[in-house]
Design a protein around this ligand. Structure first.
Ligand code: NAD
Length: 513
């Protein structure tokens, strides 16, 4: 369907036991279990992957450790040159890889291609970064002494990724880690491993062409168990994990128990505030894209809209006009804006959340149906739902990873809206729509949004790679991608050098021997 066989061929994936065709050092080891991957779009089988065992995992770690010894000695700008080549290779494969992302994950093709573009962009960013891995220098309190800080490669970085950004989140981590001199072990989501295999092929080509060991970038296909093993492994100094808060609490605890470093990118419960001074035309576009884009399966998806009572009915009416006519269907079909949910479990969670929120007093305004009939046979397509609620409802406090948008009314000043927005356990993305400077500046001030991302007149969803990405509270506190997020991938060292003939001690301590 949709030329998928051709796409798999172009990406060099064998549909059978795809994991074994990566040329990894552990390929051909014990092959006890396998998993068949079906597309959420039409339920058809795309391929089968072999699941790694504990022994396979250990083998991969050893391969990575060996490669680190080579990679850390390559000068950072030369490492950047390898990343530049990876970016170019991704440009070549953008079309088939974007299609596979779309077909395996279910996001619309435009977003699949966008995800690959994001990988390319982070490569470009990392190339520049490879010449700027800088520390500070400070003046020493001692004469003829120099003091400075430097950053060294950390070692093996474990990357655990979620199904909804099957490849981009890996690249945010891996491309930065690579220029920092680290080697990576990537455990993609067990729901979307084939895109991981495809990316591994692309990487392997570049490494081979440069006569570098493939162990610089490693792939391990497995479920939560393999992830848990990585979290517990002291040979992996940094574990970067993206996924649910439930997963992050476990990973954080296990990594913390061994005093390792964890970078956690977890669930969100993102809100847009619409004050009475909002430009409603742009606000509505932002809300709809944020709430139904990727079928509500983005960590930055807009889950709540907090609307001033003066504009509440108007906003509701405008949304009610758009929602029933959203084009829902096969994500590879041109014109589709809403694709399927990842699987039927996700559909069940969507349906249950709607039942629960209504039991709490929520008013379902539109949507919520599971679609049936031609094109929807897979049972993974739902109609995005709009529900009028109060912020304190149990279900409103949770992240349901599906297209449910909660409308919440407020009547006071912007402070009241901010309190509602911040009144959840998560703290990823947030936005205000207002043309009133006092409102927007209050929102961005220290008494404003408590989230890692706070936007003005832009929605919650769709961040640029140039900024640091991540969130506070139960979102986990990690930062990835742009700005100085690279520092977490390196170990920091303070150096003091004495070029005098004396040995003065710090704090003027006298210690004559
Ligand atoms: P998930 O938590 O079910 O799985 C994510 C990954 O964690 C998978 O690779 C899984 O195998 C692994 N995993 C699960 N339990 C583990 C354990 N105990 N130890 C080690 N690894 C374990 O999440 P999902 O359903 O794939 O993704 C959706 C979630 O991810 C949502 O909550 C979403 O908000 C979040 N997310 C967050 C960000 C962000 O940057 N903040 C980005 C994308 C997705």
């Amino acid at each position: 369907p949709h030329g998928m066989q051709q796409v798999l061929r172009e990406l060099g994936i064998q549909a059978e036991n795809a994991a074994w065709s990566t040329g990894l050092a552990w390929g051909g080891a014990s092959n006890s279990r396998s998993k068949t991957i079906h597309s959420p779009a039409d339920g058809r089988r795309i391929g089968t992957v072999a699941l790694a065992t504990t022994e396979d995992y250990s083998h991969v770690v050893e391969t990575a450790q060996a490669a680190f010894k080579t990679w850390r000695t390559v000068p950072a700008p030369k490492r950047g040159e390898i990343v530049r080549q990876i970016g170019n290779k991704l440009r070549e494969y953008k079309e088939p890889l974007g299609k596979l992302v779309s077909y395996e994950m279910g996001k619309i093709l435009q977003e699949g291609l966008g995800e690959v573009q994001e990988m390319i962009d982070i490569c470009d960013f990392a190339v520049g970064l490879s010449r700027q891995l800088h520390g500070f220098t400070m003046h020493s309190e001692r004469p003829a002494h120099r003091m400075y800080e430097q950053y060294h490669p950390l070692g093996v970085v474990g990357i655990i990724s979620a199904f909804n950004f099957p490849v981009a989140v890996w690249s945010w981590n891996a491309m930065l880690a690579a220029v920092c001199g680290d080697v990576c072990i990537w455990k993609p989501s067990e729901k979307t491993p084939l895109t991981g295999v495809a990316v591994q092929h692309i990487l392997a080509d570049v490494l081979r062409e440069n006569e570098l060991p493939e162990g610089i970038f490693n792939l391990i296909i497995g479920d939560a168990e393999i992830g848990a093993q990585m979290a517990a492994d002291p040979r992996v100094p940094l574990v970067s994990a993206t996924g649910s808060t439930r997963m992050g609490k476990k990973v954080g605890e296990v990594v913390g128990a061994r005093l390792g470093r964890a970078l956690l990118e977890l669930g969100g419960n993102n809100a847009i505030i619409l004050t009475e001074h909002a430009d409603l035309d742009i606000a509505i576009r932002a809300i709809v894209f944020g709430a139904v884009g990727t079928a509500g399966q983005r960590c930055t998806t807009t889950r709540r809209v907090i609307i001033h009572e003066a504009v509440f009915e108007d906003v509701k009416a405008r949304l009610l006009k758009i929602y029933p006519s959203l084009p829902i269907g096969n994500p590879l079909q041109e014109g589709t804006l809403v694709g399927p949910l990842i699987d039927q479990d996700a559909v069940a969670a969507f349906t249950k959340a709607l039942a629960d929120v209504q039991a709490e007093g929520g008013k379902l305004l539109t949507g919520g149906e599971v679609l049936t009939g031609a094109g929807y046979e897979n049972g993974t397509y739902v109609k995005p739902a709009l529900v009028e609620v109060e912020n304190h409802y149990h279900m409103v406090q949770e992240e349901t990873f599906a297209p449910i948008l909660y409308l919440i009314k407020y009547s006071g000043g912007v402070e009241e809206a901010i309190e509602l927005q911040n009144g959840v356990r998560q703290g990823l993305s947030s936005a205000i729509f207002s043309l009133n400077m006092r409102e927007t500046e209050t929102y961005l001030s220290h008494t404003g949004s408590d989230c890692g991302i706070a936007n003005v007149n832009i929605g919650t969803s769709g961040a640029e790679i140039g900024g640091a990405f991540g969130g506070e509270k139960e979102t986990g506190g990690g930062r990835e991608s742009g700005s100085d997020a690279w520092r977490v991938y390196m170990r920091r060292q303070t150096n003091t050098i004495n070029y005098s003939t004396q040995l003065p001690l710090a704090q003027g301590i006298k210690f004559d021997v």
